[in-house]
Design a protein around this ligand. Structure first.
Ligand code: HEC
Ligand code: HEC
Ligand code: HEC
Length: 149
């Protein structure tokens, strides 16, 4: 064999051994246990804390049935309770744990409702400079049935 070919082959073999060695150091043990991913990630994900309970759990018997029935008939039914009230699974499991108060600022409603050229024209939008006299939106609109208090 030509000597320069030998050198290339030796270099390739060294690179291959280095690759296998480094790979064995950095690939987690449980990789490939179930498939092309880290097997332990299944346990990690199972142990993640549940934050959101879902709107229907707010509307159960002895809970916020009235608010729920108003909301579910309003155009805000696309906006789940926990979008405004924050993750409330702990509150559902233990009513003594209160969720964070809902953000009542104009800017918060404005995340969805301030006029933006990119929004579909038929989406309800307002100009914050002229609409609502700089009062809290909930002063006039019921957030659970925005049309109207
Ligand atoms: C668009 C945002 C938004 C959504 C969606 C929303 N809320 Fe509210 N909620 C508010 C705000 C803001 C207040 C404070 C209202 C005020 O100051 O008049 C409030 C107040 C409340 C209160 C305390 C005051 C009261 O009227 O008794 C409860 C309980 C409540 N919401 C439950 C719910 C439930 C249950 C849902 C889903 C069915 C829901 N909310 C959906 C924004 C929202
Ligand atoms: C996460 C986005 C989001 C937030 C935050 C939000 N809204 Fe809405 N709002 C919507 C959607 C979606 C609709 C329904 C639009 C449709 O049906 O085309 C809507 C509809 C409305 C309407 C029109 C209702 C009607 O019957 O015509 C008003 C008024 C309104 N929202 C006020 C508010 C107020 C006040 C707040 C703050 C307390 C708020 N929104 C927060 C998404 C949002
Ligand atoms: C002083 C009372 C008042 C306040 C405060 C107020 N609104 Fe309104 N809003 C109204 C009235 C009245 C209408 C219906 C007439 C109109 O379109 O101007 C309305 C209409 C709307 C509509 C429907 C527009 C459409 O074209 O369908 C949206 C969305 C809305 N408001 C969002 C908000 C948001 C977001 C805030 C807070 C930043 C807010 N409003 C504050 C009184 C108020």
């Amino acid at each position: 064999m030509q000597p320069h070919l030998k050198r290339v082959i030796i270099l390739l073999v060294i690179a291959l051994i280095a690759f296998i060695f480094i790979r064995s150091l950095i690939v987690p043990d449980s990789f490939g246990q179930y498939g092309w991913y880290r097997g332990e990630s299944v346990i990690d994900n199972r142990n993640l804390q549940v934050g959101y309970a879902g709107s229907s759990s707010c509307g159960e018997e002895n809970c916020h049935k009235t608010i729920y029935s108003i909301w579910v008939g309003s155009r805000h039914k696309a906006v789940n309770c926990e979008i405004c009230h924050g993750p409330s699974n702990d509150h559902v499991n233990n009513v003594r744990i209160m969720p964070e108060p809902a953000n009542e600022s104009r800017e918060y409603c404005g995340l969805c409702h301030f006029e933006r050229a990119a929004r579909p024209a038929n989406f309800p939008q307002i100009d914050p400079e002229t609409h609502g006299e700089n009062l809290r939106c909930a002063y006039c609109h019921n957030p659970h049935k925005p049309w109207f208090v």
